[in-house]
Design a protein around this ligand. Structure first.
Ligand SMILES: Cc1cc2nc3c(=O)[nH]c(=O)nc-3n(C[C@H](O)[C@H](O)[C@H](O)COP(=O)(O)OP(=O)(O)OC[C@H]3O[C@@H](n4cnc5c(N)ncnc54)[C@H](O)[C@@H]3O)c2cc1C
Length: 393
């Protein structure tokens, strides 16, 4: 079997490595003309994502490029410490969630796929998919084609493949938040290394962690009821707006924003449930199938888990149709549960004045309950047993 993988973000290279381990050839086709060195900002790879990468022997390089971030401390906009919870659940050997620059994560995963001799072809933007008897053909914007037995769409939240296989499928759903992020180096902005500080400010949400190097990695979520147009996003001078949103908060958010570059603004989206994750010889994975807002810190980990489970299904089940059916059955409930969980957190960041008072009052109780009852075990203790054979339901 030969798999065509569309997209060399996170799910693409991981799936290719998992397929290789399952004895299935894969080629990756990426729209960009080179590795994503210029993509900004950072993300959290949760312990469950690292656990899945470990199965492929691909976790060490990722962890080496990131910062261990084991805990989260919540603050109110008045500067009151609301409580502390673990950021994920440590694995048996003590491995905790890591924070890593997005560009470093993409580069590390692509390097590992390349080192395993998996072909990655850049500058190949998928524009169409055609099924023939016994094969699937990917057509690219440059007029070239590739043929395989199955096509795995790891082409992200704005997946072109999703629209090709089901033009009626829902697209990204705006969460009411605009996200910014940056890195500053200033000894005034201190914090405990390994701790994410999350500040529910009066008008906007602020998060930061301090790297051992002394850099402060920060992000901000600015509530905005209507999604700004692309033109507004690109032409607005966001820095003074963001500084103003943090004015009067009892921490240094406004000063951090003032101190450096605030990066490109991202409206935060997720994806409503899709009617189907597969059609014929095509299957969607990662954000293409079930994008979650960043608030849960789980999107990358879900894409990684998808890659392993899909490879197991293709390894063990008779034919792609049975494999895709079982893959969707095994993954849909979990992915949609994370999307819902994340959406609730995003909503709390966009709370109005009354809800905000209630939230700040309830947060310590909520955190106490969360920290003590292990009720996120379902999310963080998801372990994939690579060797156990799959059987169709
Ligand atoms: C601001 C922000 C913060 C986030 N923070 C976190 C976090 O802390 N933790 C976390 O786990 N997740 C986070 N996420 C989500 C995470 O980035 C995604 O869930 C993850 O990248 C999904 O991986 P993927 O492989 O499905 O898609 P992507 O990583 O988006 O990769 C898709 C790839 O497909 C390529 N592509 C697209 N269209 C085509 C085409 N037509 N032809 C060929 N190639 C194509 C793209 O260029 C890209 O390389 C965040 C997202 C954002 C926007």
């Amino acid at each position: 079997m030969k798999a065509l993988i569309i997209g060399c973000g996170i799910g693409g290279p991981v799936t290719a490595m998992a397929l290789q381990r399952a004895g299935i050839d894969a080629e990756i086709y990426e729209a960009y003309t080179g590795t994503a060195d210029t993509i900004g900002s950072f993300l959290n790879i949760a312990s469950n994502g690292l656990d899945a990468l470990r199965t492929l022997g691909a976790h060490r390089e990722v962890m080496a490029a990131g910062i261990p971030t084991s805990d989260m401390v919540m603050w109110s906009g008045t500067g009151k410490r609301l409580g502390q919870v673990a950021n994920g659940m440590p694995l048996a050997d003590g491995t905790v969630s890591h924070t890593i620059m997005r560009a470093d994560l993409y580069r590390t995963l692509c390097d590992q796929a390349t080192a395993r001799k998996i072909p990655i072809v850049y500058g190949k933007r998928l524009v169409d998919v055609v099924e023939t008897a016994g094969a699937v053909v990917a057509r690219f914007a440059d007029g070239t084609e590739a043929t395989g037995d199955v096509l795995i769409a790891a082409d992200g939240i704005r997946s072109r493949t999703r629209r090709i296989v089901d033009p009626a499928a829902p697209g990204p759903r705006y969460s009411g938040l605009i996200s910014f992020g940056g890195v500053v180096r200033d000894p005034a902005f201190t914090g405990t290394p390994g701790v994410y500080n999350l500040v529910f400010g009066k008008k906007a949400f602020f998060g930061y962690t301090v790297a051992a190097s002394g850099e402060t990695w920060w992000f901000a979520n600015l509530p905005m009821a209507r999604e700004p147009s692309r033109e507004t996003l690109e032409t607005t001078d966001w820095k003074p707006i963001l500084i103003d949103a943090f004015r009067g908060d009892g921490n240094f958010s406004a000063d951090v924003v003032r101190a450096g570059d605030i990066g490109r603004p991202y409206p935060v989206h997720d994806l409503p449930p899709l009617p189907n994750w597969h059609a014929g010889r095509v299957v969607l994975i990662g954000d293409a199938a079930h994008a979650t807002s960043p608030s849960s810190g789980q999107g990358a980990s879900l894409a990684i888990e998808d890659g392993l489970i899909l490879a197991k299904c293709l390894r063990d089940l008779p034919g792609h149709a049975a494999a895709f059916r079982e893959f969707e059955r095994l993954r849909r409930e979990r992915a949609e549960r994370v999307v819902d969980y994340s959406r609730k957190i995003s909503n709390s960041k966009a709370a109005g004045p009354v809800a905000r008072v209630f939230r700040d009052l309830m947060m310590p109780l909520f955190l106490k309950k969360t920290a003590s009852s292990d009720n996120l075990t379902w999310m963080y203790r998801y372990h994939i047993d690579w060797d156990s054979p799959m059987a169709a339901a």
